[in-house]
Design a protein around this ligand. Structure first.
Ligand SMILES: NC(=O)N[C@@H](CC(=O)O)C(=O)O
Length: 439
């Protein structure tokens, strides 16, 4: 297996150094790295680059099985590697739904075969995402896929009795319920954020309280049964306040925000371009600022992409008929740099925390989110913070074209990604023989 000597990269919070990657781990740092490199070691000049632990996405839609026209495990994880990710959690709203050991093992196996990132399947909480009966959570946890995150994402586990049972059940195998907080009755027919813009446009509004009411309920349920709970894609200032209250009370809650909710607002709906239609909806600038502040102060734990690829026909239509969702794997890190690093809200150690260490911990992604140190698995991302790149969906690796950042210039470029010491991305390009021909 090829070994790599990375010269002069700056690991987060540390001075530039050399890193030697061999046999899947970091075998040496500093002057030892070059000294121990062999004649076949590939040398990478990483002067000016930041070395981050490989990014981990707790919330990706890979669409396989069932909607391979939108994305496959192969195409989605290749996009993920280009975005700097070494592990992604694949959401369960596939066709068939990932609600059995058989389906989660299939997704896990496809991830292994593709070899771009680790794929950690998320199991559905309820059979068929129907919200009526608990799925085989224990069987999915005990399967080869070792599922630890369970979610009906796309739909809310609305029934409080089912939610309570799910929270209690997953404790036995260290699992977590990731809730898509959306009160269904309050959002029937909703098309966008409820507010000034929705009234002007005459589109059915989606009130903030529909999200906040479920979060309030679920943190109280988690406290009652002594379980941990994770809240998907927080989108309102009020949600932040509830999570802040819950954490102060000692409730074991974690929360994520998406890159698009850190940057975009419901004003964009004025274009009637369905690329801006997403669940939860884009909110107001006040919400955006509250989400950024909460990510900076740790109330929100992580950034998760909610990469939701859709085929052209699902977006190239009237707003009301369009699917909810935006792609995000290839733009997540640049958006975090723009919204959090450049304004001084997060430093690089903070970026590593919200995009790698903490998502790996919440999702129990073993071997990911580890320190950049000798003996640790060589899951790494090298970023050029000085680069500026114009987003062009036509040239992205995802099969789908629904990026809301089309034409924007964003800071930062992922130059290289390593999965257990193998390069999946080099010179910002996917590496064709990234599996080393062994898988
Ligand atoms: N986030 C989205 O807007 N879409 C998601 C699921 C969802 O509707 O939440 C999808 O699977 O397309």
């Amino acid at each position: 297996m090829t070994s790599h000597l990375i010269r002069g990269a700056a690991p987060v919070g540390a001075e530039p150094t050399d890193l030697l990657l061999a046999d899947g781990v970091i075998t040496a740092t500093g002057p030892d790295a070059a000294a121990q490199a062999g004649s076949e070691t590939r040398v990478l000049d990483a002067d000016g680059l930041v070395a981050l632990p490989g990014l981990v996405d707790l919330h990706t839609h890979l669409r396989e099985p069932g909607r391979e026209d939108a994305e496959t495990v192969w195409s989605g994880t290749r996009a993920a590697a280009l975005g700097g990710f070494t592990a992604v959690h694949a959401m369960a709203n596939t066709q068939p739904v990932a609600d059995t050991a058989g389906v989660v093992e299939q997704v896990w196996r496809l991830g292994r075969e593709a070899g771009w990132t680790d794929v950690l399947p998320v199991g559905a909480v309820t059979v068929g995402l129907a919200g009526e009966q608990l799925a085989e959570l224990g069987a999915m946890a005990a399967s080869q896929a070792r599922v630890r995150v369970f979610s009906d994402d796309g739909l809310c586990v609305w029934d409080p009795v089912l939610m309570r049972r799910a929270l209690e059940y997953v404790k036995a195998f260290d699992g977590v319920i990731a809730q898509h907080a959306q009160e269904p009755r309050l959002t029937a027919g909703a098309q966008m954020n409820e507010g000034v813009v929705s009234s002007e446009l005459g589109l059915t509004g989606w009130p903030a309280v529909a999200e906040e009411a479920i979060i309030a309920r679920d943190v109280l349920l988690a406290e009652h049964v002594g379980s941990r709970v994770h809240i998907c894609h927080l989108s309102t200032a009020g949600s932040v306040e509830i999570v802040r209250w819950a954490k102060a009370r000692g409730i074991d809650v974690t929360a994520e925000v998406t890159p698009h909710h850190l940057l975009l607002t419901d004003d964009l709906a004025r274009s009637y371009d369905p690329v801006y239609k997403v669940n939860p909806p884009l909110r107001t600038q006040e919400d955006v600022l509250a989400l950024r502040a909460a990510l900076a102060d740790g109330t929100i734990d992580i950034v998760a992409t909610d990469h939701a690829p859709h085929p052209v026909e699902a977006k190239d239509c009237e707003w009301a008929d369009a699917a909810f969702g935006m792609t995000g794997l290839e733009t997540a890190l640049p958006v975090v740099i723009e919204t959090m690093v450049e304004p001084g809200l997060l430093d690089w150690a903070g970026v590593a925390r919200v995009l790698s260490t903490t998502p790996a911990r919440i999702g129990r992604a073993e071997g990911h989110g580890r320190p950049i140190a000798v003996g640790e698995p060589a899951n790494l991302t090298l970023v050029d913070p000085a680069a500026r790149v114009v987003v062009d969906g036509a040239h992205q690796a995802t099969t789908s074209r629904n990026t809301p950042f089309q034409g924007r210039t964003l800071p930062g470029r992922v130059v290289a990604t390593f999965l257990r010491g193998r390069a999946t991305v080099l010179d910002a390009q996917p590496v064709a023989d990234h599996t080393g021909g062994t898988r």
